[in-house]
Design a protein around this ligand. Structure first.
Ligand SMILES: Nc1ncnc2c1ncn2[C@@H]1O[C@H](COP(=O)(O)OP(=O)(O)OP(=O)(O)O)[C@@H](O)[C@H]1O
Ligand SMILES: [Mg+2]
Ligand SMILES: [Zn+2]
Length: 295
């Protein structure tokens, strides 16, 4: 009786045998797949010239071939990207990540490093102000446990083409690693985009749409509002924008305002109450001089 108990298949053993059978089957299948890849590869060159960059080579991609064979897609030799194409792919992904955050595509690679400080007599000083702003906005208040960012506002004002949007995008790029999380990312939008976005929430299609939109911009870990003051200036927008900006100021969330307006006009556009509050913590760079676009 004892031996029959020992040899009797228990449910656990039955499952174990099935599992080990399945694993062995899988191993046989993987070996067969590898053999298919190996036979396909006989006499196949390790690399081939890139059609777009004939002086560069595309390496044979064994992993991709194996994956294709496993999925039953194809057993044909598969080649990866040449180094230039691979670099370009990374760059395109980076540009797409910034345009998703609202940064104009032409500024998706704008950085302090490619901002020419000899462009005008104001460029070097402005770059310095933006650098100081980034340093203060990315430092944290209090002890190590504090999550409060020493944020505040940056105002970039001046005429067309002087590099304001470039510096705003550069600042956002520099701040992002300090302030963003997986769920909450930085935002870049124009004043007109903001008003348009606000208006699309009207009409009650989405419950709480307007409040949600305001909260989203209020809470973005860093925000650029470009072309400030150029919007049509409907009566509905001022309270929403003032709510967003006043709350961002109080929570010290990094906020960058870019404008062609003169400072008094900007005060009017912001509303004196908000302008007054912002003034206490604002870094201001006024860029004058010739347009960089006319070079
Ligand atoms: N100092 C600079 N160094 C390098 N590129 C610059 C500089 N200034 C401006 N540019 C480039 O010139 C173009 C125009 O600059 P930008 O868009 O920042 O101007 P702007 O001040 O925002 O003008 P607008 O008020 O018309 O929006 C951009 O492609 C920008 O990258
Ligand atoms: Mg601009
Ligand atoms: Zn290539």
């Amino acid at each position: 009786m004892q031996s029959s108990i020992i040899s009797a298949p228990t449910p656990g053993c039955a499952t174990g045998r099935t599992l080990s059978d399945a694993l062995a089957g899988l191993a046989r299948k993987f070996a067969a797949d590898r053999a298919i890849v190996a036979s396909t590869l006989a006499g196949v060159p390790e690399s081939r010239p890139c059609p777009d960059h004939p002086d560069r080579e595309q390496p044979l991609d064994r992993e991709k071939m194996l994956a294709n064979v496993r999925l039953g897609v194809s057993a044909a030799p598969s080649y990866g990207l040449c180094p230039v194409c691979a670099q370009d792919r990374v760059r395109q992904k980076r540009i797409a990540a910034w345009t998703r955050r609202g940064v104009p595509a032409r500024l998706a690679e704008a950085a302090l490093e490619n901002y020419d400080e000899n462009a005008s007599e104001y460029a070097a000083a402005s770059k310095q102000i933006v650098r100081a702003y980034i340093a203060s906005a990315s430092s944290r208040l209090g002890d190590n446990n504090s999550t409060l960012i020493q944020g505040g506002f940056l105002l970039l004002a001046g005429p067309q083409g002087t590099g304001k949007s470039h510096l705003a995008a550069a600042a956002l790029r520099a701040l992002r690693p300090h302030v963003s999380t997986v769920c909450e990312d930085v935002r870049y939008l124009t004043h007109a985009d903001l008003v348009l976005g606000l208006r699309t929430t009207y009409g009650g299609k989405k419950a709480g749409g307007t409040a949600e939109y305001i909260e989203e911009l209020r809470d973005a870990p860093a925000l650029v509002v470009d072309e400030f003051g150029l919007s049509s200036g409907g009566a509905d927008e001022a309270p929403a924008i003032q709510t967003i900006l006043a709350a961002r100021h109080d929570a010290r969330r990094p906020t960058i305002i870019v404008s062609n307006e003169t400072l008094p006009a900007l005060h009017r556009a912001l509303g004196y109450r908000v302008a007054d509050r912002i003034a206490e913590s604002c870094h201001v760079a006024v860029l004058l001089g010739e347009s960089y676009r006319r070079r």
